[in-house]
Write a protein that binds this ligand. Structure first.
Ligand SMILES: C[C@H](O)CC(=O)SCCNC(=O)CCNC(=O)[C@H](O)C(C)(C)COP(=O)(O)OP(=O)(O)OC[C@H]1O[C@@H](n2cnc3c(N)ncnc32)[C@H](O)[C@@H]1OP(=O)(O)O
Length: 721
């Protein structure tokens, strides 16, 4: 049972053990347990020193994040514990020394607990970090003061602001870890350290009393100033970055205890911020994606997938192959001729080189990955593959004939997956008998970098196949989200009005560069026009027709992309699109695109009364994102995703919707269904059906039910999953 226990050895060392699987999170009863046992240890005459240990191979994954969820629901910060007293006074200033014995990981409050102790012993490769900023808060158990005093200001800022963990070995070099010991020796070595401190053979270092690593005040001010500038650039919409620096600065200037008080104040304010609500939502939503009714709860075991064939070595195929070989999965890359095959292999080598040069991959690991790759021009290598991923161009009859071929060439257990981003899976697999093995493995480009994997199932895809693909997805470090079969699946379907909404506004007279700027200010990495430049216009041309026929009556199309191509513009690939792309400099808006836009505006003729519309900045953002919310409502209504939070995760990981806004539907609920409905209704009356609110949105808005609330049983029968 979860709890905290204490055992006192004959040597006078009390071992206080935390047990709260799976990550020994510091839930409130656990913190109370540590407090109680520590006080008992201090009082007992037979105890000379204390070791704090986490059972089950992990020291602690930090404070219990579920409590933040409860604070967000109730707005009641008094639900938060006063652990500062425990860490700073009870442990830090205790009359008896304490040593943290760290296995596996010490993150957030877990590392703060360890840092409050007087020494730390860790096993090799234990993960150490303060990732609180990823939850929209700052460390709240003294971390902003403790870490700089152990590793110095620049490294501490780096670890906190980037939420970057380090391993014990680096921790030892920096002074965060005092000794590294094997797992079997961890407790013995920790006991010895604790006794050595108690008996003055080793120094008794109270972390908050230390200043030796902080440097001079002027050095510190410089480091903080640079960190503030950097944070302003990379996290302009997230208050926790500057707030964390405020707390650190307070401690550097006025001393650790002042810093701790500031930290507590800032922490309590940030817990209630929208940023924290969004990020905590995404934390749990991401973990919920792996719970799939009738797949992960029916006792199935994933089958091993050791060898995968990838058909097509283009942009997607080479990216998928790269992701697989990086995780030690043997890949057979099949192309139709040796020229294309060589191109595919070169692309994979280029992907690996890119990772090495960005220091994301060690050179020897890249070599090892490449050794997992084989090229093929026929299906002979397919006889023992566990999965095929088809990644050829979006051509229905080509895909159908490939599927009928691979059904014959592969063993009967083999998963038959397609990376199509739009085509109905039932159509792809029409000529095969193995309908239960057909599944969509929809990666996002670049496939070896983007974290989302949409797993598309039809009514016939077997639960085993879905589970196997989910497992492969996790092995290759993707977040798999299960979706139903429809044009565009979940992400491309929900976001087709994003590009089209921007195009519509442009054709109603709004400046594209203003639109891009506003959307980047909202938090997407780039605006819709720049995105189109980067993705290439081929994609825009291909998907335009597909969406137009699937969602007739609510699409907006223009001749703009065709005109751009006709004028020799292909976007980023040839350096000329809406923007000018030059090596080594940021993309610059290209005024020479404006006459082409003007021509397209004339052809589209959608300006009401022939005059450009006047809209506020806020309205521009809403006129692009509310249609996305509207389509997301249809995705929910049709049961394309299991739950609203799955679409939130998919929007963050597939479209880079800002995670601190909690994903598209979470954000929509913070704006309010009623407001979104009324805005869309008003625009649909002025500008047509593109904005017409969906039934789902109308119903939720009129009944006052959040968009993300689970569907009623009555409408559940419509599910396509
Ligand atoms: C006051 C303090 O300064 C504030 C804090 O400490 S805030 C917390 C800071 N800590 C963190 O941010 C760490 C969050 N956790 C993680 O990064 C990862 O879970 C981990 C690296 C610890 C483990 O990763 P992994 O082995 O892949 O397991 P993962 O699936 O993520 O988590 C396993 C389960 O533990 C839960 N969990 C993990 N950390 C948790 C935490 N700190 N609190 C509550 N639950 C937690 C997860 O929700 C998941 O639950 P589920 O099985 O019901 O879905």
């Amino acid at each position: 049972m979860a709890g905290v226990t204490m055992e006192v050895g004959n040597d006078g060392v009390a071992i206080i053990s935390i047990y709260n699987p799976p990550v020994n999170s510091l839930a409130i009863p656990i913190l109370n347990g540590i407090n109680q046992k520590f006080n008992e240890a201090v009082k007992r005459d037979d105890v000379k020193a204390v070791v704090i240990f986490g059972k089950g191979g992990k020291f602690s994954g930090g404070f219990d994040i579920n409590v933040f969820g409860r604070v967000h629901q109730t707005g009641d910060v008094s639900l938060l514990p006063n652990a500062i007293d425990l860490l700073v006074n009870t442990i830090g200033d205790s009359k008896k020394p304490a040593v943290a014995a760290i296995e596996g990981l010490a993150l957030g409050g877990g590392l703060e607990l360890a840092m409050a102790c007087h020494a730390r012993v860790a096993v090799p490769k234990a993960q150490l970090g303060l990732p609180e900023l990823t939850l929209g808060i700052i460390p709240g158990f003294g971390g902003t003061q403790l870490l700089p005093r152990l590793v110095g200001l620049p490294k501490a800022i780096d670890m906190m602001l980037l939420s970057k963990s380090i391993q014990s070995e680096e921790g030892k070099k920096l002074g965060l870890i005092d000794e590294i010991a094997s797992s079997s020796e961890l407790l013995n070595v920790s006991r010895r350290w604790a006794l050595d401190i108690a008996e003055r053979r080793k120094p008794w270092l109270r972390t908050l009393h230390r200043t030796d690593k902080l440097g001079s005040l002027s050095e510190a001010r410089n480091v903080l100033k640079m960190a503030r500038q950097q944070a302003k650039k990379v996290a302009p919409n997230m208050p926790q970055h500057q707030a964390c620096l405020d707390a650190i600065e307070e401690g550097v200037v006025h001393g650790a205890y002042s810093g701790v008080l500031k930290e507590t104040k800032v922490f309590n304010e940030l817990v209630l911020s929208d940023t924290s609500k969004g990020l905590v939502h995404i934390f749990f939503a991401q973990r919920t994606t792996s719970k799939v009714p009738n797949v992960t709860d029916v006792g199935l075991k994933p089958r091993p997938v050791k060898k995968v064939a990838v058909i097509g070595g283009g942009l997607m195929g080479s990216g998928i192959a790269t992701a697989l070989i990086l995780s030690n999965i043997v890949v057979v890359l099949k192309e139709i001729n040796s020229e294309y095959l060589q191109k595919g292999i070169k692309a994979i080598e280029g992907n690996l080189r890119g990772l090495v040069s960005r220091k994301k991959l060690a050179a020897d690991k890249a070599e090892k990955a490449l050794s997992m790759l084989k090229g093929a021009l026929d299906y002979s290598e397919f006889r023992d593959v566990d999965m095929v991923i088809e990644a050829v161009i979006e051509n229905i009859s080509l895909k159908q004939s490939i599927f009928s071929d691979i059904e014959k060439a592969c063993p009967p257990h083999c998963i038959l997956a397609t990376n199509t981003s739009t085509i109905d899976l039932n159509v792809v697999g029409e000529r095969t008998r193995s309908q239960d093995r057909i599944v969509g493995a929809h990666f996002f480009s670049p496939a070896h970098v983007m974290p989302l994997l949409e797993i598309v199932r039809t009514e016939k895809t077997s639960a085993q196949v879905i589970l196997d693909l989910m497992t492969v997805g996790k092995i290759i470090k993707k977040v798999p989200v299960i979706v139903g079969n429809c044009t565009g699946f979940a992400v491309n379907r929900a976001f087709f009005p994003y590009t089209q909404g921007a195009q519509y506004l442009l054709h109603m007279g709004v400046d594209p560069f203003r639109i891009d700027k506003l959307i980047s200010n909202f938090g997407l990495p780039m605006g819709p026009f720049q995105l189109q430049d980067v993705a290439g216009y081929g994609v825009a041309v291909a998907v335009k027709k597909i969406f137009e026929s699937a969602f007739a009556g609510r699409t907006f199309n223009s001749s703009l992309v065709d005109l751009l191509i006709k004028n020799g513009r292909h976007g980023k690939s040839n350096g000329k699109g809406y923007y000018i792309y030059e090596k080594g400099s940021q993309p610059k808006p290209d005024p020479s695109v404006l006459p082409i836009i003007e021509e397209s505006r004339k052809l589209a003729n959608v300006m009401p009364g022939g005059k450009a519309i006047t809209v506020s900045d806020k309205e521009i953002v809403e006129m692009i994102l509310f249609p996305v919310v509207n389509e997301s409502c249809r995705v929910l209504d049709e049961g394309i995703v299991i739950r609203a939070s799955d679409l939130d995760v998919a929007s963050v990981l597939g479209m880079s919707f800002p995670s601190y806004r909690g994903g598209v539907l979470f954000w929509a609920d913070t704006v309010g269904a009623d407001y979104i409905y009324k805005s869309l209704k008003k625009w649909s009356e002025s500008y047509g059906n593109f904005y017409k609110p969906s039934k789902y949105l109308e119903e939720r808005a009129t009944k006052g039910i959040p968009l993300s609330a689970p569907k009623s049983i009555a409408s559940a029968s419509k599910s396509r999953l």
